[in-house]
Design a protein around this ligand. Structure first.
Ligand SMILES: Nc1ncnc2c1ncn2[C@@H]1O[C@H](COP(=O)(O)OP(=O)(O)OP(=O)(O)O)[C@@H](O)[C@H]1O
Ligand SMILES: [Mg+2]
Length: 231
């Protein structure tokens, strides 16, 4: 355990993500279709990278592999020196919960729960009774004054900030955001981007975006085309 009570992946504060010849195929109607064609790439711990590319190029597929929501068909994904493709499924669930935080275009908040309760959910699932980090996460996104509000009592930008707080509550090493500004107006999107920027360094932030202007504000853009990274 580290001094913040969180089990680090490797004792460090951030993790490198190393993709080694990552292939992903889906079986569609008895036919195997390869979506990612052998990705080799390293994202440094604490980096803020954006993944850009046309619809269907494999951005979400790649995010889901890094986030351990899906398995590659072949190849390895290393978080520091831990090969997540070799981790037994029963260990992976807990490891994922403590390593990766997810943010989506449509927020995915539970409408009947307050902002506080939405943010606390990952702790509830992890069986963690200490909820100090909920208050901390709400402060981090600047929403301490909105803890009792339900999602329909919040603006789009506020809802996304609650979703980011929920992603932060387990103190992840990697934050994965799939088009986090896609449902927001330009000004609100820019605010969400600067919030993500402020989290990088402390954790590795990987964002998918279609917005060149926002992509340019990350440390680095990864361009994906037809399941390959183009330099
Ligand atoms: N579960 C699945 N089964 C079969 N095919 C899939 C599955 N998930 C994705 N695909 C296919 O993989 C390809 C890449 O999909 P992916 O969702 O990764 O694209 P994307 O780059 O995120 O696109 P968008 O910008 O529209 O979100 C698409 O052709 C899609 O149809
Ligand atoms: Mg996608």
């Amino acid at each position: 355990m580290s001094d913040n009570g969180y089990n680090n992946v490797n004792g460090g504060t951030t993790v490198d993500i190393e993709l080694q010849n990552v292939v992903k195929s889906y079986r569609i109607g008895g036919r195997k279709v390869e979506i990612l064609h052998g990705i080799n790439h390293t994202i440094k711990g604490g980096e803020f990278v954006s993944i850009m590319g046309p619809s269907g190029s494999g951005k979400t597929t790649l995010m889901n592999l890094i986030g351990m929501l899906d398995h590659p068909s072949s190849g390895s994904i290393l978080l520091d020196d831990i090969d997540i493709t070799k981790k037994p499924q029963k260990e992976l669930v807990d490891f994922r919960r403590r390593t990766a935080g997810f943010v989506f275009q449509q927020f995915h908040l539970i409408p009947s729960l307050t902002a506080y309760e939405n943010v606390a959910l990952p702790l509830v699932f992890a069986g963690d009774k200490k909820q100090d980090s909920v208050t901390e996460a709400m402060e981090r996104v600047g929403l301490s004054h909105r803890i009792g509000h339900k999602p329909n009592e919040l603006s789009g930008g506020e809802q996304q900030r609650v979703a980011i707080a929920r992603a932060l509550v387990m103190k992840p090493k990697i934050l994965l955001a799939d088009e986090p500004t896609g449902a927001l107006d330009g000004k609100t999107g820019a605010m969400i981007l600067s919030l993500l920027r402020s989290l990088a360094g402390e954790m590795t932030v990987v964002m998918v975006t279609h917005n060149r202007e926002l992509g340019a504000q990350s440390d680095r853009v990864i361009n994906l085309l037809d399941g390959k990274i183009i330099e």
